[in-house]
Design a protein around this ligand. Structure first.
Ligand code: THU
Length: 133
């Protein structure tokens, strides 16, 4: 059984959460993930006066992943303003799936779960291949 640096990821998520811009919901979120080359990438939520344009913490995390060289997400954590673990929202599960696949391990409030469990039968890059010319 692989071990993951959950404590470090949680600390990094909490640090990222402290930079959140969440004046509308007052619900800051921080996320952190281990990449397959050992890097840790993080993100925080960034809200907007046009509420629907809000960027979840996972959006910032994926953006940092790509900006800092890409790679595959291996383990993921997100926390709220109390430092409690939270579940990633549905849209963000899709974002995470794109860059972690079924094997990505997400630390849910009740313990680690794979992406295969968190987003079963996900739509992904392989589905697009089926109609490529
Ligand atoms: N939020 C995230 O950043 N990630 C999630 O997975 C759940 C929700 C943010 C969006 C919004 O700024 C605030 O939490 C309240 O919904």
């Amino acid at each position: 059984m692989t071990t993951y640096p959950w404590e470090e990821l949680r600390e990094r998520a909490q640090e990222a959460m402290s930079f959140a811009y969440a004046p509308y919901s007052n619900y800051p979120v921080g996320a952190a993930a281990l990449v397959d080359d050992g890097r840790i990438v993080t993100g925080c939520n960034v809200e907007n006066a046009a509420y629907g344009v809000t960027l979840c913490a996972e959006c910032g995390l994926v953006s940092e992943l790509i900006r800092s060289g890409g790679g595959k997400l291996v383990a993921f954590v997100c926390v709220n303003g109390n430092g409690d673990l939270i579940v990633p929202c549905g849209r963000c599960r899709q974002l995470l799936y794109e860059h972690g696949g079924n094997a990505l391990v997400v630390l849910m409030p009740n313990g680690p779960m794979t992406m295969r469990q968190v987003l079963p039968q996900a739509f992904g890059p392989a589905d697009l291949e089926e109609v490529k010319e």
